[in-house]
Design a protein around this ligand. Structure first.
Ligand code: COA
Length: 260
């Protein structure tokens, strides 16, 4: 896998861990980092050795503290729109990745950091994690899908409040609101992610990809999610995974899925 300037990558047990690595800036997302995230996700998607992905931040204080504010100060309207579009496209590749992606949120997940976590399929937070969309405090709004995805996770009532006030919330509050799947200690954060991914790893990769496609469709305007489910269900019948899964059940053995 490519060496990146602002990301660390580790492939172990077919699980790729991507660490945003700008700890002196609390892992703020500059343009280079966002582009590198796009590149590594594309590579992971195409790499048969990678079964699933964890995204986390370097150090114990911050997951990602948001877009790099230094790079925002002189942007024009057009450059601002370009930045938002490119970031949204890249985060969409995470959301659409057919391999499961978990955010291991190990501290601040603010602005673009909260948006990055929300683009992942699952979120596990350490108890020191802090979530929020504080862009209004800078005279901004979120730009990597935050106004759209937060509503999906916590409902409009709370999402509007968080975006309008810029209030930050604790990991426990994020759990209560349904923004994260689990809260753990710092030490248990990656082990908990691995535990979840191990469970998914024994399932059919084809079916896992189908679930992701069908569930994402619910939120795409103009796309009929029920129809997408019909299509994804139909596709299962041409897969080797389906034959293996049903044969294994009938033969009373564990399935061994090829992902084909
Ligand atoms: N962009 C650029 N630099 C950032 C950053 C960001 N989003 N978040 C943190 N940093 C930098 C700080 O400028 C500081 O750099 P310096 O040491 O060169 O001065 C370093 O990271 C440490 O941050 P600091 O503010 O000193 O840490 P803290 O513990 O006092 O506060 C936060 C932590 C996360 C509360 C605070 O850094 C913050 O509010 N960051 C901005 C969050 C935000 O608004 N995100 C949305 C951006 S659109």
């Amino acid at each position: 896998m490519t060496t990146f300037q602002n990301l660390l990558t580790k492939l172990e047990n077919r699980i790729l861990t991507i660490t945003v690595n700008r700890p002196d800036k609390l892992n703020a997302l500059n343009k280079q980092t966002v582009q590198e995230i796009g590149k590594v996700i594309q590579q992971a998607k195409d790499d048969a050795e990678v079964k699933s992905i964890i995204i986390t931040g370097a150090g114990t204080k911050s997951f990602v503290s948001g877009a790099d504010i230094n790079e925002l100060v002189n942007l024009s309207i057009e450059q601002g729109k370009e930045m938002a579009q490119s970031g949204q496209d890249i985060f969409k590749t995470i959301e659409d990745c057919p391999k499961p992606v978990i955010a291991a949120v190990n501290g601040y997940a603010l602005g673009g950091g909260c948006e990055l976590a929300m683009a992942c399929h699952l979120r596990v937070a350490s108890s020191n994690a802090v979530f929020g969309q504080p862009e209004v405090k800078l005279g901004l709004i979120s730009s990597y899908g935050g106004t759209q995805r937060l509503i999906q996770y916590v409902g409009k009532t709370k999402a509007v409040e968080l975006h309008l006030t810029g209030d930050l919330i604790s990991a426990d509050e994020a759990l209560r609101l349904g923004l994260v799947n689990y809260v753990t200690t710092q030490e248990q954060l990656i082990p908990k992610c691995l535990e979840i991914l191990e469970k998914i790893k024994s399932k059919s990769p084809k079916a896992v990809g189908g679930v992701i496609t069908a569930m994402n469709a619910f939120f795409i305007s103009g796309v009929d999610g029920f129809k997408t489910e019909v299509n994804e269900f139909g596709k299962c019948f041409s897969s080797e995974d389906f034959k293996e899964g049903t044969s294994a059940f009938l033969e009373k053995r564990k399935p061994n899925f090829s992902g084909k």
